[in-house]
Design a protein around this ligand. Structure first.
Ligand code: DAT
Ligand code: MG
Length: 152
């Protein structure tokens, strides 16, 4: 089984709008395992590293100040193809294109207020988890319902 870890964050708008529980619930109900969680107000320097690939985009300064504007709920979720399925649970980057039933498709309208972040692949997940969490903050544990979620 290809168990992966993905970095998922509820952005400041999601925290302000009371969507932390809703977003955690969607990952829990799907069967994923929570490996780390914390509420953190990131610095601009930290966010510039997190979004370094987008440096130079016209929306970059606005993205950084929005993400630094309040607490973010940072999490690591674990399970089969967690990166790919995590992105499916989030929905398309622009909520106007997100399917109903996805987090963004149910709770967002504007691309600049799209409620949540999810790693776009295994390599970026590793990088993001390293940036947001210390090793000792990541929990390794056996979830009691594992054999009811996975056949193999
Ligand atoms: P995603 O968050 O789906 O991985 P991304 O990495 O391309 O998308 O961009 C990071 C964030 O930047 C995205 O969640 C919202 C913001 N963003 C992306 N494109 C944008 C645009 N055209 N206008 C405003 N904000 C944008
Ligand atoms: Mg991205």
């Amino acid at each position: 089984m290809s168990t992966e870890q993905t970095f998922i964050a509820v952005k400041p708008d999601g925290v302000q709008r009371g969507l932390v529980g809703e977003i955690i619930g969607r990952f829990e109900r799907r069967g994923y395992k929570l490996a780390a969680i914390k509420l953190v107000t990131p610095s601009k320097e930290h966010l510039e590293k997190h979004y370094e690939d987008l440096k130079g985009k016209p929306f970059f300064p606005g993205l950084i100040s929005y993400m630094a504007s309040g607490p973010v709920c940072a999490m690591v979720w674990e399970g089969r193809e967690a990166c790919k399925v995590g992105r499916q649970l989030l929905g398309a980057t622009n909520p106007m294109a997100s399917q109903p039933g996805t987090i963004r498709g149910d709770f967002a309208i504007d691309v600049g207020r799209n409620v949540c972040h999810g790693s776009d692949g295994v390599d970026s997940a590793k990088k993001e988890i390293d940036l947001w969490f210390k090793k000792e903050e990541i929990n390794s544990w056996k979830k009691a319902d594992e054999s009811w979620v996975y056949e193999n």
